[in-house]
Design a protein around this ligand. Structure first.
Ligand code: KIV
Length: 270
């Protein structure tokens, strides 16, 4: 029997409630109205307009060149496809380097792009920006672990938090982000044991990508799970097109697998 997708609008408060009742949060990236519509109908809870669009849509080498105006444009067209899912929009590189600039750029993403939550990368170094947004009534999602906007400093896209000192720093950053008022945190490419520890240490939802099954939710770059990755698909992703006949079936299969905790499995985990 096919699963009936829920219809109640997802908000930041609902994400918290989902964590509290142990229901997994399903998230995917979208960059246009048609994909957003299919995801919304399939029961994706939070649609992320990721700055990954710089790589998967624009064909660039990293997310660094993406601008606020480009994010606002893609967010606006994604918002036209959504009825139920929460719309989270990435703040691009250097758009949140001080609290005043952060507020100005978040306002553009909300007013031009219809963002309902903004996401920014980093821990301690971005707390003043997070606090300012929360003060202004803007829901914030943090992003810890592998930070793609810092790829030049990290020396590549690699697993973070394997060393004890680094793991401690990431855990502490998560606690600080919660204290600063963040509504959720994405953790990318960290060991599953660390993600589990973080999830158990904060009350806000931890949404993992390459972070194991014990996160409160999962997010993937939609192009990777729909087999339209240029080059090699990351280890933590899965091609959901192999066992399905259409994009909407593949996305429904992903929703079911996250809700049932059958994705990610060990082969997708560090
Ligand atoms: O930009 C993006 O797609 C993201 C995901 C990797 C979470 O931030």
């Amino acid at each position: 029997m096919s699963r009936q997708a829920p219809t109640k609008k997802v908000t930041n408060v609902e994400l918290l409630a989902m964590k509290a009742r142990g229901e997994k949060i399903v998230s995917l990236t979208a960059y246009d109205a048609s994909f957003a519509h299919i995801q919304d109908e399939a029961g994706v809870d939070a649609v992320l307009v990721g700055d990954s669009l710089g790589m998967v849509v624009q064909g660039k080498n990293s997310t660094i060149p993406v601008t606020v105006d480009e994010m606002a444009y893609h967010a606006k067209i994604v918002s036209r496809g959504l009825k139920r899912a929460l719309l989270i929009v990435d703040m691009p590189f250097m758009s949140y380097s001080d609290p005043q600039l952060t507020a100005k750029n978040a306002a553009i993403l909300m007013q031009k792009g219809n963002a309902e939550m903004v996401k920014l990368e980093g821990g301690k170094e971005v707390l003043s920006s997070v606090e300012r947004l929360v003060e202004l009534g803007i829901p914030v999602c943090g992003h810890l672990g592998l930070l793609p906007q810092s790829v030049n400093q990290l020396g590549g896209y690699r697993v973070q938090g394997r060393e004890q000192k680094e793991a401690k720093r990431i855990l502490n950053d998560a606690k600080c982000l919660e204290k600063a008022g963040a509504s959720a945190i994405v953790v990318e490419c960290i060991p599953a044991s660390l993600a589990k520890n973080i999830s158990g240490s904060v009350n806000i939802p931890i949404i993992g990508i390459g972070a194991g099954v014990d996160c409160d939710g999962q997010v993937l770059v939609s192009y990777d799970m729909l087999d339209i990755t240029v080059g090699k698909r990351p280890k933590f992703s899965k091609n959901f097109m192999t066992e399905t006949k259409s994009i909407s079936q593949a996305i429904s299969a992903y929703v079911k697998a996250v809700k049932d905790k059958t994705f990610p499995s060990d082969e997708h985990t560090f």
